[in-house]
Ligand binder design. Sequence first.
Ligand SMILES: Cc1cc2nc3c(=O)[nH]c(=O)nc-3n(C[C@H](O)[C@H](O)[C@H](O)COP(=O)(O)OP(=O)(O)OC[C@H]3O[C@@H](n4cnc5c(N)ncnc54)[C@H](O)[C@@H]3O)c2cc1C
Length: 413
Amino acid sequence: MSKVLIIGGGIVGLTSAYYLQKKGYEVTVLDKGDITDNCSFGNAGMIVPSHFVPLAAPGMIKQGIRWMFDSKSPFYVRPSLNGSLINWGLKFMKHATAKHVNQSAAPLRDLSLLSKKLYESLAKEPDFEFELTNNGILAFYKTEKAGEEEAHLATRAIELGLDMAVLTADECRALQPDLKLDVLGAVHYRCDAHLYPTKLMNALLKYLLNNGVRIERGKAVDKIEVAGNRITKVFTGSTAWEADQYVLATGSWSPAVAKMADVKISLMPGKGYSFMEPEPQQRLTIPALLCEARVAITPMNGQIRYGGTMELDKINTRINMQRVKGIVESVPAYFPDLKPALPSEKDIWYGFRPSSPDGLPYIGRSKKRENLIIATGHGMMGLSLGPATGLLVSQIVSGMTTDLKIEPFAVVR
Ligand SMILES: Cc1cc2nc3c(=O)[nH]c(=O)nc-3n(C[C@H](O)[C@H](O)[C@H](O)COP(=O)(O)OP(=O)(O)OC[C@H]3O[C@@H](n4cnc5c(N)ncnc54)[C@H](O)[C@@H]3O)c2cc1C
């Protein structure tokens, strides 16, 4: 049986393991942590075919600069002379064009729709209960300007065959009758869904362990041995791991791990925060995006998860309370009855979105190391795009025709 070693046990690593195991491979997953708290656990749980516009889009640079001067704003880049940040920034600027947005829309939509379909099949399997709910997402706005941007997005989405509707404030109230709303309107991304990431990740882990996949926690890959254009071994301390093919799914740590095999990946960690609040009345039934504030609110596990902010900086463990305050204070402006308390530091989760400069993930075989498959760079959409990425990885490993064209996601592009 052919052996595959996956580095990284986030949604991308675990879904890759899932589809590879189904194809009969002998699979091992190595993770430096305990796989209880990586970026794939604390995210907002939104499944978003609506997000066919990559982060690198016209207007983002101007908006980003404005936000940088506000300590509670949802976006921040730590100014630095760090070579990888400068390189990433230059690539981001090059891609923040209408042409890039147009070219990316169909590939992102197709990857997202495939993933959503795979989530629907997964949810039908025994022991895979992860609160997958098809209520769509409501993107609320308070200003004319955000309303116009959302309406424009909805028009484009409908052209792309996605189900969306522009709603008046009263139509929003009819959909969320138990919540007071102070909004101008919303776009209902009816094509979207949501789930509870912790239940999903735990269901995947349980399935993999019960089906012969080896999951090795607390194993940080710190060296990769190569010979010619192949990887021969991967090391965690003094332990060597050998396989026929290797999958790199280490999220925001991917540039550092790839470098061990002398492979370059342009990627920055985009830190975001989330926290949970009890919501016994369960008034919020449809996840919400607060357009101006860039905050995501999702009902899950009988509670509400609030999430937001994007800080581009080195990986670090600091919690910036000002930005968490920014999330907390934005909520009642849209929902006067929802007043989340400022959580204490210990109750704040943070994770690092593996953000590529052009906003598309990297999914494909490395040109330099022919037995290495790279699957990372999913940024704000890693949960959504996880199963489709895992399926494509399994098809690339086995040399099958892939369900989708993978050229737009090539590692060197
Ligand atoms: C606040 C917030 C909200 C979000 N909301 C959404 C959402 O609603 N919908 C959506 O689709 N996406 C969302 N995202 C993005 C999504 O969470 C990420 O894109 C996704 O989790 C990335 O998955 P991954 O498997 O690539 O990486 P990760 O989940 O980060 O997993 C990578 C793993 O690699 C391991 N690793 C790293 N280095 C090594 C090493 N040297 N050796 C071994 N193991 C290693 C790490 O320990 C980690 O477990 C959100 C993110 C944030 C921060």
